[in-house]
Structure formats: C-alpha cells, structure tokens
Design a protein around this ligand. Structure first.
Ligand code: GDP
Length: 364
C-alpha cells in the first residue's frame, strides 16, 4: 500500500507495509449450526433406543409452556405409549430433612444391583415460587447421579400442582419407553403433592422420622392412608430405640384405618439410609407388594384407575386454561373480584356471569 509517509522526502515515522490479516482467526473452524430439533419420529426412535440425550430433550418439551412444544410433546408421548408401562413405579415422600435424597441414593443403588434402569423424577409444588426445585436435584444423590443406568430429573417448575404432576406423569411414559423399568417419584411431605404422586405410582413409600414421641400428630391422616409402606429413617446410633417405638406407634395407628382396597396390609419398617441398614428389607417389601397385587389383579386395576383420574385431570386443566386465558374473561376477572370483595356481588353471581360470558365467547 502507498502511504505519503513512505516517500523519500518524508521525515516522520515510516509506516511499514504490514501483512494482510486472515479473514478469521481459524478459517477451518466452522460455526456450530444451531441444533435442529428432532422430528417426532426421530424423538420416538431415539427414546425407544434408550438415547438419553433425546429423552432429556423430549422431557424438556413436555415441560415447556410453549404451545408449539406441547403439540410435539403430545405426539411423542402418544407414540411412546405402546412402549410404556413396563416398570415398577414407586412414590417416595417425606418432610424436608427426613432423608429422602440420602435414601434415594442408596435405594437406587440397591434396586440397580439386580440390573435394569432407574429414573428418579420429582414433584415439588413449591418449585414455582422458589423458581427451581431442590427435589430430584442430582447433587443430592451423589452416587446415583453418576450411575450409568440412572436418569435424574428435577421437578418441572412451571404451572399449577396439577400441571406439574401431569408433566411428571408424561415423563414417566417417556422414561418407560426408553427402557427405564424402575421409576421413583419423589415429593415433599406436605399434603396435596402426595395425592398427585399417589395417582401415578404402584407403591407409595412414606419416610418418617422418630422424634418427640408423638410423631403421629404431625402427619395428616390422608397421607398415612395412602401409604403402602411407612419407613422410619435414621434408625442408627442411639436413635434405634426411638425409631422402634415410632414404628410400633405407626403400626397401631394403621390398625385404626379401614383395610386398603389392595388387600395389602401396609408395613412399617425402620432403617438407616445413611448407614445402609435395613434397605434390603424395604425393597423386599416393595417387591412382595408388587407380586401380591399383580396376583390379585389390583396392580392392573390401580393403573387403570390412575389413567381414568388423569383423563379427568387433563380435562379440568384444559378447561381451566381455556377459561382463564380467554381475553374477555381476563379483562373482566379483576373487576368481578373487586365487586365480590366489596360485597357488591355474591361470589355465585360473579362466577355465573363470568361463565356465561365465557360460553358466549365460545359460541362466537
Ligand atoms: P431430605 O431433605 O429429605 O432429602 O433429607 P436429606 O437426605 O438431605 O437428609 C437430611 C439430613 O439427615 C442430612 O444431614 C443427612 O445426612 C441426614 N440423614 C439422612 N439419612 C440419615 C440416616 O439414616 N441416619 C442419620 N443419622 N442421618 C441421616
């Protein structure tokens, strides 16, 4: 390049010619193309082949709130349904600190000793508020999370409890289609979420702690009635006697409940997740239950009842969504709510006006 500064007369600093710069730092390094989303057929094929990356991607779609994702997710689920169902689904519940993660870690390793694949899912009703669930968090299950045959997925975080639970149930279907023959669904022992978990598992395991001597006070009767097995954790060190005492209290309390439809008498056991004591006995109990209910037909019956329950849940969820997302309704809700709060309108009339408006909108 010619620079006036390079002429003979020029007395200032000389500008060297310089070298041409290559167009890019490394012309051989291609920009990674944006990952193309698999088609429905590719999703299904990948899942059925047990491809974990594809499975995770599909679960992400299930959890997505975007309508276009939901459309694909539903198609994938439908196509996976024929490959699903072949598993043992166990719900595991307990209050924070009961030892769920410690236990699931050892339970998981125990059930995987016999082979097979385990998926750990979670339903955490608080996760929407806390924006992210601690349940099902991989870091809490140190050994299981690095096991080649495990798949751990935290709770879906968006939506109502019903919505979160539905997503978890759909994820179960995908996991089963991917060959996971053992499914754990973890939840925190606070009430409603237990009902949701109970409605998608074959065995509901309640983790309890021995404590003040009146353990029974704190837990809701409904939750105890759902349990197929109650296990008292931390039966180690000088806590063993207390754990045994708690176990006998639970056994006595269970006698007061009507016999469950399954014909199975819920068992109460003590164990220590941390020291891996009594874990085998818990799983012997679960497998014994499964054999028992498969023999008497209750296993099939319960799964069918659950399908029915989810049909109605889906209808309810979609109706609710359609109603509350209707533009006209959205514009009226606040005003009606204020009128009810101000005592200017009864809640019944407010509801009726809104519903009438909604049905009129649908007719348009
Ligand atoms: P989560 O909140 O229900 O998941 O409970 P964690 O598994 O995080 O356990 C809560 C605390 O209890 C932790 O400090 C554990 O180390 C402790 N812990 C869990 N299982 C046992 C056990 O079997 N024995 C004893 N002594 N401590 C335990």
């Amino acid at each position: 390049m010619e620079h006036p500064e390079n002429s003979e007369e020029y007395k200032g600093l000389v500008v060297n010619k310089g070298i041409e710069q290559p167009s890019s730092v490394n012309p051989y390094l291609k920009r990674k193309p944006k990952k193309r989303q698999p088609t429905v057929a590719e999703f299904v094929e990948g899942i059925v082949q047990g491809n974990i990356t594809i499975l995770s991607q599909a679960v992400t779609l299930v959890e997505s709130v975007k309508p276009e994702h939901q459309v694909i997710a539903q198609e994938v689920i439908e196509k996976c349904l024929p490959f699903s169902g072949n598993s043992i689904r166990v719900g595991i519940s307990g209050v924070p600190g009961a030892g769920k993660s410690t236990s699931i870690d050892v339970f998981g390793l125990h059930v995987l000793e016999k082979g097979g694949k385990l998926a750990v899912l979670a339903i955490d009703p608080s996760s929407e508020r806390s924006k992210g669930s601690i349940l099902g968090d991989k870091t809490r299950m140190e050994q299981l999370s690095v096991h080649p045959n495990s798949f751990i997925r935290p709770s879906p975080s968006a939506g109502s409890l019903g919505g979160v639970a539905r997503k978890t149930r759909e994820t179960i279907i995908l996991c089963e289609a991917a060959g996971f023959d053992k499914i754990f669904v973890e939840t925190v022992g606070v009430g409603q979420s237990e009902t949701a978990v109970h409605s998608m598992v074959d065995f509901f395991l309640l983790i309890q702690l021995a404590g003040t001597g009146d353990e029974l006070q704190g837990i809701k009767r409904g939750i105890m009635e759902m349990a197929d097995g109650i296990v008292i954790n931390k039966a180690d060190g000088n806590n063993i006697d207390k754990a045994n005492l708690a176990a006998s209290q639970f056994r006595n309390a269970l006698h007061l409940f009507p016999a469950p439809d399954s014909g199975w008498t819920p068992q109460v056991l003590t164990y220590s997740g941390f020291y891996n004591i009594g874990v085998k006995e818990i799983w012997d109990m679960v497998y014994e239950y499964i054999d028992f209910v498969k023999a008497n037909g209750y296993f099939e019956y319960r799964r069918n009842e659950q399908s029915k329950y989810w049909m109605y849940e889906s209808i309810n969820e979609q109706l609710r969504d359609s109603f509350y997302h209707n533009a006209k309704i959205e514009s009226m809700l606040y005003e009606k709510e204020q009128q009810v709060l101000g005592g200017n309108l009864t809640s019944f009339i407010a509801a009726k006006t809104l519903l009438d408006t909604y049905f009129e909108e649908l007719r348009k």
